[in-house]
Design a protein around this ligand. Sequence first.
Ligand SMILES: [Zn+2]
Length: 237
Amino acid sequence: MSDKKHLMVIDAHCGDGELQVGAIAAKYAKAGHKVTFLHLTAGEKGNPPHLSVEEYREQKIRESEEACAILGAECITLDYKDAELRLTEEIVTHLATLLRKYRPNLVLTHWINSIHSDHATVPKIVEAAQLKTGLSGFDLGGLKPHYYGYLHSENWEDMEGYVPDIFVDVTETFDLYLEAISKFWFVMNSKDFRYFDYYKALGTVRGCQNRTRYAQTLKFPVGGNIRKGTEIPGFPL
Ligand SMILES: [Zn+2]
């Protein structure tokens, strides 16, 4: 049996996941794992003055596909509407059906607190879909039940209460990551936030803390509270 697994990044908008864990994704893709980015919306309402919402939607999907190709990942964008994501049974069922189809071993998604309601809603959808995907009591068109774990990722809009648990050394894929995120118009041109500067600096700061050149971080879900092993660390029995 192959030890290669499927890592899936589920985010609110094209570009969110690429910014948050793009270098991690590239690292695992390089190691031979399958990596998929699943965007629930394109994030089309941050459209610049020269583009309509629909034109910007198409552009963002294209940018995401280019970025994911550089990272070695697949890219899927669903057609939910930007800034209108809600925790509904309909979206949970849709996601659970997709997850039974794609069968990722691990999902990376937004942290639970955010200034953007779409971001805060996505981990709730992922959490609810975990049960609907895994429990055989749910019949989703005859698809076999599937269990996945999930971790949260680090985003500038989602920092309230975010304290990283896992630091991934991404020194070897960080240049590729910077090339990938530079495909997004908003990353390079937004007047609201200096995305490129922030994420380059964040990878550097997390790298300092990790004693590696660059790092990106992840966080365990709340509720599980099982994190660090089976013994008191540093007291061998
Ligand atoms: Zn977003």
